[in-house]
Design a protein around this ligand. Structure first.
Ligand SMILES: Nc1ncnc2c1ncn2[C@@H]1O[C@H](COP(=O)(O)OP(=O)(O)OP(=O)(O)O)[C@@H](O)[C@H]1O
Ligand SMILES: [Mg+2]
Length: 262
């Protein structure tokens, strides 16, 4: 039986930052595949290359070498005007909604932003007004608040706005970079459950970057462990968490207090 084409294929990917005193190899010959519908966690200590990796996957940073294939086509070396299928298909949610939401824009305009851009040329674009109402309801916000501004919402609500914006173009992949790390513990659980529900309801592929291993265990079914730009361990969450092969993974797991008694 032929296996389905993975939604992402990352091959021998390298990113070097060479403008500092010493070149930094942020991502160092990384290869992996993501089957469509997988919920993949990426963990590793600060500076291990997680954000650099996912920014390249989202077409926000150019690789130094290697290839990234999204939905069957390479994204590397293309002009912005040639990336519409990536821009519609992959959306990001970042850590701090305060800096990722423009304070001067109404929530309805923020959420509809991905629907207004040029990526819709030649394709059917959802109607922004009704789509915003639908999205606000989906993420647990009151569509009646669509004309308010970000500062009129709580931290958890602001992250819900960012999630609604990410869902607006009906993406196939949601990439979250420490998306719940800045939230209070109680709110964190709610937003995490929202992620899990939305991913299941829409059949999304999820790439979930976090230094919090307990959070990854909660929402992911597979995990990549990064150290100094390398993937040092990869596998199903259950296996990696219960029987880690690498000392580095064991060390990461040991530093999560809630997992110590497992
Ligand atoms: N724009 C940049 N210019 C120079 N060096 C960079 C840049 N972005 C990242 N780096 C370096 O690349 C390495 C990987 O950084 P990256 O932000 O990808 O790590 P991370 O795993 O996301 O860390 P964190 O958990 O702190 O978010 C680090 O050494 C970092 O200093
Ligand atoms: Mg990061």
């Amino acid at each position: 039986m032929a296996s389905a084409e993975p939604i992402y294929r990352v091959q021998d990917l390298v990113r070097v930052f060479s403008h500092g005193p010493q070149p930094v190899i942020a991502v160092d010959h990384v290869s992996f595949e993501i089957p469509a519908g997988q919920r993949l966690g990426i963990v590793g200590e600060s500076g291990s290359g997680k954000s650099t990796l996912i920014r390249m996957m989202a077409g926000l940073r150019r690789p130094s070498s290697g290839d990234i294939v999204f939905a069957g086509q390479s994204i590397v070396g293309r002009r912005e005007s040639e990336l519409s299928w990536l821009r519609r298909g992959v959306q990001l949610v970042f850590q701090d909604p305060r800096s990722s939401l423009d304070p001067r824009m109404k929530v309805a305009d923020i959420i509809a932003e991905p629907l207004r851009s040029r990526i819709w040329q030649g394709t059917k674009r959802p109607d922004p007004f009704s789509r915003v109402n639908e999205l606000m309801a989906q993420v647990g916000l009151d569509p009646g608040d669509r004309n308010r501004y970000p500062h009129q919402f709580s931290g958890g609500q602001r992250q819900r706005i960012a999630i609604a914006r990410a869902l607006a173009p009906n993406p196939r992949v949601l990439i979250a970079d420490e998306a719940v790390s800045a939230l209070d513990v109680s709110v964190r659980a709610q937003v995490l459950n929202l992620f899990a529900d939305l991913v299941a309801d829409h059949g999304l592929t999820l790439v979930f970057v976090s230094h919090d291993l307990s959070v990854v265990r909660h929402v992911c079914d597979a995990v990549l462990v990064m150290q100094a730009g390398h993937i040092v361990e990869a596998g199903p969450v259950d296996q990696v968490y219960s029987d880690p092969r690498e000392p580095y993974t064991r060390q990461l797991l040991a530093s999560v207090p809630r997992l110590r008694r497992d």
